[in-house]
Write a protein that binds this ligand. Structure first.
Ligand code: 5GP
Ligand code: MN
Length: 319
């Protein structure tokens, strides 16, 4: 963290980015970092591969998230947040490939330490928590808006303080953030309770694909392009669906297979108990955390399911 603070002090123009498929932590940590840099009288531009999903557009200053650099815009250093590999920033990689200084701040256990400076803390609940710690360490006062985006980063990445990345420190920080005048019930409503009827029908459709293996300790769901077309749903609305598979009694590994364009299947893993799904995702060149990970597999959804389920069986039965 000390090196990150030194680098923030040294440079004046920053590009801030995070992983593809923006969600609560990647957005909250980036918006928090932008506020921090700007409070020092420096400039920061957020550039991401993807657009802000509609259900996160209520975040203060979410409209400042760009998908490319504007004419004449430049930067000296890139701050990459919540991102285990440089590949996961998508097309933004082309912007920072030109020998720019890279500051890597992340909490993924699979982080490849691709930066010139790497602050990787797998014990942190979220990248938002790490940004909060920089504010504290530098003695910079937060605004209510910044407290809100950091609270949402922590709230979403801990599954509302349910996952085991939640510690007493996480609760202490969340408590301090609430002290800026944030109402947890209204935040929860904004984040989790603004689904459309179409979203719920889409969820129903996805849940009806549930399958379990013979031992009934692996449950999996799938989302095909056909389902997206027929329901008019957006893949970003599937955030959290995999948790329904994990919520089944005795299930140790939950998986969701999502058909993407170009014959690519996005696979998300969640585990319960002692199964390390970061290892399973890493086998397929992905990564993440011990209990939440992902990878991309080329081929049809049936092929991806076969490959992944075989590997999961091998891991579970080897114990
Ligand atoms: P999700 O299932 O929510 O997309 O991702 C779960 C976790 O795994 C997140 O921390 C995410 O960053 C990571 N993850 C998801 N897909 C990939 C992937 O293809 N490669 C890597 N390295 N990590 C991934
Ligand atoms: Mn995160």
């Amino acid at each position: 963290m000390k090196q990150v603070i030194e680098a923030i002090a040294k440079y004046n123009k920053f590009l801030i980015t995070a992983h593809v498929n923006l969600e609560g932590d990647s957005l909250g940590s980036q918006l928090g970092m932008k506020a921090l840099v700007e409070s020092l009288g420096k400039t920061a531009i957020i550039v991401d591969n993807d657009a802000v999903p509609d259900h996160y557009k209520f975040l203060p200053r979410a409209e400042e998230v760009c998908n490319k650099l504007g004419d004449g815009e430049d930067f000296e250093a890139a701050i990459v947040l919540d991102c285990p590999t440089l590949k996961r920033i998508g097309k933004v990689r082309d912007l920072i490939a030109k020998g720019k200084f890279i500051i890597n701040v992340d909490h993924h256990i699979s982080n490849e330490k691709f930066g010139d400076i790497n602050w990787v803390d797998p014990n942190a609940s979220s990248a938002g928590e790490m940004v909060y710690k920089i504010f504290k360490e530098m003695g910079i006062k937060l605004t209510k808006e910044t407290a809100l985006v950091l609270y949402i980063a922590i709230l979403t990445d801990t599954g509302s303080f349910n996952y085991d990345n939640t510690s007493s420190v996480t609760h202490e920080i969340a408590g301090e953030l609430l002290g800026y005048g944030i109402d947890p019930a209204s935040v929860s409503e904004s984040v989790y309770e603004r689904r459309s009827i179409a979203d719920i029908k889409f969820l129903g459709r996805v849940l009806s694909t549930i399958k379990v293996n013979k031992a009934a300790d692996v449950a999996y769901l799938e989302i095909t392009r056909k389902m997206l077309k027929e329901t008019g749903a957006d893949l970003v609305k599937a955030e959290g669906f995999v948790n329904y598979a994990r919520s089944i009694d005795k299930v140790r590994v939950a998986i969701i297979f999502k058909e993407d364009v170009n014959d690519k299947i996005n696979v998300s893993f969640r585990s319960k108990g002692d199964v390390d799904v970061n290892k399973i995702a890493s086998f397929f060149n992905g990564g993440g955390h011990v209990k939440a990970s992902g990878c991309v597999i080329e081929g049809s959804i049936a092929e991806a399911e076969k490959k992944v389920l075989d590997k999961v069986e091998e891991v579970l039965r080897s114990k």
